[in-house]
Design a protein around this ligand. Structure first.
Ligand SMILES: Nc1ncnc2c1ncn2[C@@H]1O[C@H](COP(=O)(O)OP(=O)(O)OP(=O)(O)O)[C@@H](O)[C@H]1O
Length: 257
């Protein structure tokens, strides 16, 4: 479904991504990890069509991505909700200008707020919602116009650990139910392993694809994070990332000198 073909992205003299090639099959949940500055957000921007590659191409269903589109929903770390709109009206926003009438938009917004566990909170304004609830609204808004792909850039990073775990479980439930393709950037190895069927690892600057690891944790029910298989997968990823994080820190130290 998504084809990233020999993609390089430079900003002036800086190479953020170097010759990245990766195919993401329809319905996959792919976690994307790498040290700070390895080009994760840059790659997501390219998939979203918010930026264009310096060379190479990004294909979506075989067609080059030429800009943002309703076939791809994006969720960022910051909730990006309109403070003057209720939760429902925030979700409706993504549907305005589309084929649905007012009543159908309201119905769709209710449905998706219920899907993310916010039934009964439709009329609350963002300042009346917790951080986790705001991020649920942002997820509902992205899902409501039914994009084939959800692109998520550290969406749970600002949340406390318990809320984060809860939203991770809910995201998996939504993914299973909707069959979306999800690309999920995270700094957390645990989060990457828990969520991803596959984990793509980028190298320290310039960002190259170091490995794509398959994660097989079955249906992830119960306390799978405490199990031996989770520990094994986690360690494997830790080893892949460890060197890269060290290199990134060295880069930063030499840049500061
Ligand atoms: N618009 C831009 N102009 C110039 N440099 C940029 C721009 N966007 C990103 N960069 C640089 O490209 C490199 C990759 O940045 P990017 O944000 O993609 O990394 P990241 O892996 O997402 O980092 P982090 O984990 O810290 O969010 C960094 O060195 C960054 O400073």
């Amino acid at each position: 479904m998504i084809g990233i073909r020999s993609v390089t992205k430079t900003f002036g003299a800086l190479t953020a991504l170097d010759d990245v090639t990766l195919d993401i099959a329809d319905g996959t949940f792919l976690s994307l990890v790498g040290p700070s500055g390895s080009g994760k957000s840059t790659l997501l921007d390219l998939l979203a069509g918010l930026a264009t590659p310096t060379s190479g191409e990004v294909l979506f269903d075989g067609e080059p991505v030429r800009g943002p589109g309703l076939d791809r929903g994006v969720v960022f770390q910051q909730y990006a909700l309109f403070p003057w709109r209720t939760a429902r009206a925030n979700v409706e926003f993504g549907l305005e200008g589309g084929p649905l009438g007012k009543r159908e938009r309201t119905e769709r917004a209710r449905e998706y707020l219920a899907l993310v566990g916010l039934a009964g909170f439709e009329d609350r304004y963002p300042h009346e919602l917790s951080g986790g609830m705001k991020q649920r609204v942002a997820i509902a808004r992205s899902l409501a116009y039914d994009p084939a792909v959800l692109l998520m850039d550290e969406p749970f990073a600002a949340l406390d650990a318990q809320t984060r775990e809860q939203l991770q479980e809910e995201l998996l439930r939504i993914w299973r139910r909707t069959g979306k393709t999800i690309v999920f950037i995270t700094h957390g190895i645990d989060e990457a392993v828990y969520l991803g069927q596959q984990v793509a690892v980028l190298t320290s600057r310039p960002g190259r694809l170091k490995a794509v690891v398959d994660v097989d944790l079955g249906d992830r029910t119960g306390d799978v994070r405490s199990g031996p298989e989770f520990g094994r997968q986690r360690h494997r990823l830790w080893e892949l990332l460890h060197d890269e994080v060290r290199k990134a820190a060295e880069h930063e130290r030499s840049a500061a000198r």
